[in-house]
Design a protein around this ligand. Structure first.
Ligand code: PMP
Length: 413
């Protein structure tokens, strides 16, 4: 953890010459725009909501324009040049996803394109999971993460129950308040009836890296592990080789690709092969082109440095907030600068004001030019009353934005 030893400001100073030209490639944050397109926002507003969806660099926009203006057609259907070209682009994008994720066995795995993580997790739950499970089996899923990683598993249980197959759904154990999983408690749940574990790579509220590489060791070689990587892919290095999971599901639109993009990667080594059910209509070809371009851009920029940059910014914010008694940072309270073995805070910092509701705080922050998320962030289970404010960062955010945000927050003490 570089920032833990060097300190976040030094880390940011060292990476500044790398980051500035990258930020300049995002027209919406670096250009003259940023006012909502209709004058509804303050000029040069800071976009601090990349966990919801990320902004797009010019090369991704260019790739989409080039595709739509030279070869737009349907994929896997026609045999004329534009159609063949489109089919080849879609197939190449599948291999691009595998390479980006460091797939150790790309000949056996498969990639299915979706509109985002919710659709991907639901496809696994609806089209694949029922074929794995028999009466009396158990699955373990997170009850405190994003609803997208809970509802589909409960729906699968209900579907199976209607077919006379009773499975039990147990909560993935986690440590109080932090969101971090508890591998010892999980190991105690392992057994021959435990067939499937769903987990989240980086928590979308607490920003915690959930130590998911420990899950395989805890449950043993047999259960299938499905990872929600919505907040890690595109934000930090993600390598399948080190994770030992069977499904990895992510949102392309959070990884700099167009809205309505995402993918399910399936290892294909345990249980039935993943084949999405039903008739698959026309794919989002422009979106898939944008995803391949986004992964190229991220690899060239370096996901390691992107992760270091955003973690250092998050550390500055967390440290500043922890010096203001009016605010409470949710989840892991220590920043990378203070070194923590249990959790690593990525690009997300969520906090609340002890006296001001999150909606009011969000309104005030927007009047200062900050676009943040303020509600319960689609978290399953009860969150803090009044919601919370989430600041989520990407490569285009700056130290100046963090300092200005802290200054604005300090006026509300
Ligand atoms: N899982 C997590 C951890 C998320 O943060 C999100 C998006 N906030 C989702 C799932 C859902 O992603 P999408 O909106 O792309 O379906």
């Amino acid at each position: 953890m570089a920032a833990a030893t060097r300190g976040p400001r030094r880390e940011l100073a060292e990476l500044g010459a790398w980051q500035r030209p990258l930020r300049a490639q995002f027209p919406i944050v670096a250009g003259a725009g940023g006012d909502g397109g209709d004058g509804s926002g303050p000029p040069r507003a800071a976009y601090l909501d990349s966990a919801a969806t990320a902004q797009k660099p010019q090369p991704v926009l260019d790739a989409v324009t080039a595709y739509l203006t030279t070869a737009n057609a349907n994929a896997g259907r026609g045999s004329y040049p534009w159609a063949n070209h489109t089919t080849a682009r879609v197939e190449a994008a599948r291999e691009r996803v595998k390479a980006f994720l460091g797939d150790p066995d790309p000949r056996r795995s498969s990639v299915h394109f979706t509109g985002g993580t919710s659709e991907g997790l639901r496809a696994v739950a609806r089209d694949w999971l029922p074929g794995l499970l028999a009466d009396g089996d158990e699955i373990v899923v997170p009850f405190g993460d994003h609803r997208a990683n809970l509802d589909p598993w409960l729906e699968a249980r209900d579907l199976l129950a209607r077919q006379g197959v009773g499975i039990s759904v147990r909560a993935l154990p986690c440590q109080e308040g932090s969101g971090d999983y508890d591998p010892a408690a999980l190991a105690a749940m392992a057994g021959p009836r435990l067939r499937f574990v769903a987990a989240t790579h980086v928590h979308h509220v607490y920003g915690a890296d959930m130590n998911v590489h420990r899950i395989r060791e805890a449950v043993g070689p047999d259960p299938v592990i499905c990872l929600d990587a919505a907040q890690s892919v595109g934000h930090q290095p993600v390598s399948l080789a080190g994770l030992d999971v069977d499904f990895l599901v992510f949102s392309g639109h959070k990884a700099l690709a167009l809205p309505g993009t995402g993918a399910v990667w399936a290892r294909g080594a345990r249980g039935p092969a993943f084949v999405p059910g039903g008739w698959q209509g026309t794919p989002n070809t422009a979106g898939i082109v944008s995803l391949a371009a986004a992964l190229d851009w991220l690899d060239a920029a370096g996901t390691d440095r992107i992760g270091r940059w955003t973690s250092a910014l998050a550390s500055v914010l967390t440290d500043g907030l922890s010096r203001m008694p009016a605010y409470e940072v949710l989840g892991c309270r220590t920043s990378l600068a203070a070194d923590t073995a249990v959790q690593r805070r990525g690009s997300i910092v969520t906090f609340r004001h002890r006296a001001i509701g999150s909606q009011d705080l969000g309104f005030v922050l927007f009047s200062h030019g900050f676009m943040v998320r303020c509600d319960d962030h689609c978290q399953a289970g009860p969150g803090p009353e009044g919601g919370s404010v989430r600041v989520s960062l990407h490569v285009y955010n700056t130290l100046e934005e963090m300092e200005n945000l802290l200054t604005a927050l300090a006026t509300l003490q």
